[in-house]
Design a protein around this ligand. Sequence first.
Ligand code: SF4
Length: 318
Amino acid sequence: MHATPLENNLPWQAGLVTARRRLEKAVLTIVGGNGLLPYPCYRTVPDISTSMDKTYKKSPMDFTEGGNLARKKSEMAGVMSSSIMPQPRMSISWLTVLNREVIACTRCPRLVLYREEVAREKRRAYRDCEYWGKPVPGFGDPEARVLVLGLAPGAHGSNRTGRPFTGDSSGKFMFPVLHETGFANHPTATDRDDGLRLSDLYITAAARCAPPDNKPLPQELANCSEFLDRELDGLRRVKVVVALGKIGFEAYLNYLKRRGMRISRKIYMFKHGASYATPDGKVLLASYHPSNQNTQTGKLTRGMFVEIFKEAARIADK
Ligand code: SF4
């Protein structure tokens, strides 16, 4: 065996060569044959839990994306461990952008006045609460196959809490049903820090600001339709739209019309339990709205509502 030129040098130099070879061998043992460190020493694997929680716990907008937080965390962890390259943060940034715009919107002067006045004056039962008092963005799983399309925030419900159907009687009726049918991780929705997560379901509304008497004006619905359009376009996995009440039902038909689809009002009639194949390849499922007016009069019972979400799940699974 021939010595290398370096090895022919002085004994102390040969010692250096040996030390270098030992080091190289150690590196190759650790990282494999290509000699590339899988994680450069200057790079620390991010604390996914911390960064995600920071991202998802600050505002209702963040809760929107946190609907599937556990899954997103594990996906992110998988991505991080499979590559040394920084990964794009999430494929749902369009929703973050949209929700920021929603929260900042002041397009409807009447609703801006109303939502802020309610937030200032408060209901006596909530006088110690800090009201949200802004437009309320959607909430849930961005990969959902079931979309719930409601009317608008309640003045002392989501206008107070900042999350749809949270802290009001409609939510008290709806979330136990969503839990029973497998779409929610627990049956209550009290505030934005209650740990509620939705799976395979996303909730949005035709109007994002609380209207007086729960009645948005046609112009206000038109103003808000841009947000709805972008949300519906972006939630690409949706297969079933559960319209809560006639206004939610009409809002979806109007969306289809704005997207250039022909809709005959003679065919699409609002009736609780009715379902229609729509030209965009989805199913529109009509339900009475879970408002006090409907639930306290027995027009909408818990059993009827459970059937709606069982049917939605069945259609989504087809
Ligand atoms: S209802 Fe919609 S368009 Fe009108 S102010 Fe609220 S967020 Fe803006």
